[in-house]
Design a protein around this ligand. Sequence first.
Ligand code: DX5
Ligand code: ZN
Length: 219
Amino acid sequence: MMYIAPSILAADYAELGRDVRAVSNADMLHVDIMDGHFVPNLSFGPNVTKAVDRVSDLFLDMHLMIEQPERWFDTYAAAGGDRLVFHVEAVADPRVAARQCREVGVQSGIAIKPATPVEPYLDDLEDFDEVLIMSVEPGFGGQKFMPQVLSKVFALRDRIAQTGAATLIGIDGGIAESTIAQAAQAGVDAFVAGSAVFGAANPAEAVERLRALASEAAR
Ligand code: DX5
Ligand code: ZN
């Protein structure tokens, strides 16, 4: 199964309800939370995600680009989060943080910046419902895809094949019609796309095209 996850970071915030409804054919929504400290940008907070949750039936994958994310697990679980994906660079022990996510009743995920290796987490995949490989430096939409991070996707795919872990492999940053095939071939399950979806004339059609390209490439 190929999951296309539009990132609402690239939506029109004055028309957020319209944009969220426009991608109801997607498989989940990607919700970027930035605090201006972990990354040099601010996005939106729990009041906005609550509003998004109200107008969408989609699963909300929340990408927490924030310091001390554990302090906010309760808040974002209550604000519509179905999975909380925190950065390994922001916590002392990702396994402990993942347990804390699950304790508030949501799925757990780890996000990994381009320069951070994945090897330290390969033995603990059962703790994480998703591993999100960043294919740009987190903080901004519309950046160029970094193909060198695909070696981490290969390593994850190998380990999941050996162990049968149910962990989803996600990729985030620069995913577009020109880049999605190589990510799918490497073994990605969930593709985040911001500008490629909301920058398109018809976001729903962009979702369908991306899903078709990913499915075709993975075959
Ligand atoms: C970047 C965010 C991404 C961003 C992707 O820090 O984590 O989710 O929205 O945007 P595009 O798809 O435009 O690269
Ligand atoms: Zn993101």
